[in-house]
Structures are given as C-alpha cells and as structure tokens.
Write a protein that binds this ligand. Structure first.
Ligand SMILES: CC(C)(COP(=O)(O)OP(=O)(O)OC[C@H]1O[C@@H](n2cnc3c(N)ncnc32)[C@H](O)[C@@H]1OP(=O)(O)O)[C@@H](O)C(=O)NCCC(=O)NCCS
Length: 150
C-alpha cells in the first residue's frame, strides 16, 4: 500500500474532509466546525494519506506541538484500508515532526491502536478510569502513553 500512497499536510481548509474521515473511523464524529476550531489553535499539524490508485483519502492524523512537547490528538484509517501499514506511516510522519516528547490517549480496549503505539516505542504512563463512554453506554479506561524522542 505504501507504494501507492501519498501524504500531504492539511490545514483549516481541510476541516470538512477531516471530519468525514474521522466520522468513518470513530463512533463519535468530530464536526467540521470542531476540526476548524482545532486549526485555530497554535501548533496544529495534520496529515491526510490518499490512495493514489483510487485518489481517495484513506487516513489522517492530527497532532499539536507546544514548546516541543507534542500530543497526538487523533489518528484514523478507514476500515477497508486498515492493516496495510498506513497508520504506521502517518504516526511516523508525526514522530519526525515532534521534537522531544509525544503524548497520546487511547482507550484501554483498543488493541489495534495499542499495538501500533507500542510498536513505535510508546509506553503507558497513566490511566483515567472510565474516561470514554461508548455508544452503548459502557465506559472504558483511557491510557495515557508517552514516547521520549532521542
Ligand atoms: C489504530 C489504526 C489507526 C491502525 O491503523 P492501520 O493502518 O490499520 O495500522 P497498521 O497497518 O500500520 O498496523 C500497525 C500495527 O498496529 C497493530 N494492529 C493494526 N491492526 C490491528 C488489529 N486489528 N489487531 C491488533 N493489532 C493491530 C499491529 O501491531 C500492526 O503492526 P504489524 O502490522 O507489524 O503487526 C486503525 O485501526 C484505526 O483507524 N482504528 C480506528 C480509530 C482508532 O482507534 N484510532 C486510534 C485512537 S487512539
């Protein structure tokens, strides 16, 4: 897949497409307005991955960097494009942009994301009990993960 993938940095102009991608990757979509408001804050970086063969966007990642400390705000790959290394590529692009430390939060039962982050040397540094609420009303802990860059 990476042979036919192109990546581009995005901006507030991509709020609609980011919202659409987010909505296909998560139970609770972020609206175009909330995407746009994120880009109104300092230090935002975003990348969309597009499949060259279909010319369709297949994944995205958003990160905020403040004083060298970065937070991955969200990352997603469309269900039909998962397991082909796109998440790894998107996370890698963000790690190249970050300077010292990268944080993120992930649901404790999100095995695919946990494996992705652990494969890129993130470590669990905190847990928030019952932080996320699922569409079915159940709650799940949030794990805070951290990677210190060399
Ligand atoms: C998490 C997500 C971004 C991974 O994207 P992806 O393109 O499928 O990931 P990759 O193909 O690059 O896989 C990277 C690693 O993640 C892990 N992984 C990916 N899919 C997995 C699955 N279904 N089960 C277990 N581990 C999985 C593996 O360790 C994999 O490495 P490997 O291929 O060497 O085994 C994708 O599953 C997704 O969009 N999920 C829904 C949104 C989400 O949960 N985002 C994260 C919020 S914190």
């Amino acid at each position: 897949m990476s042979d036919t993938l192109r990546t581009e940095q995005v901006s507030i102009a991509h709020a609609e497409i980011l919202s659409a991608l987010h909505g296909r990757c998560f139970e609770e979509p972020w609206s175009p307005e909330s995407m746009a408001s994120l880009f109104a804050t300092p230090g935002m970086l975003g990348v969309i991955a597009t499949d060259d063969a279909s010319d369709e966007p297949v994944g995205f990642v958003l990160m905020r960097v403040i004083d060298g400390e970065a937070e991955i705000l969200t990352i997603g790959v469309l269900p039909e494009a998962r397991g082909r290394g796109i998440g790894t590529i998107l996370l890698g692009i963000m790690l190249e942009e970050a300077i010292s430390t990268v944080f993120l939060d992930v649901a404790a039962d999100n095995e695919a994301a946990l494996n992705l982050y652990q494969s890129r040397d993130f470590e669990v540094v905190g847990r928030r009990s019952a932080y996320y609420k699922r569409a079915d009303g159940t709650r799940v802990d949030s794990l805070t993960m951290k990677r210190v860059l060399g």
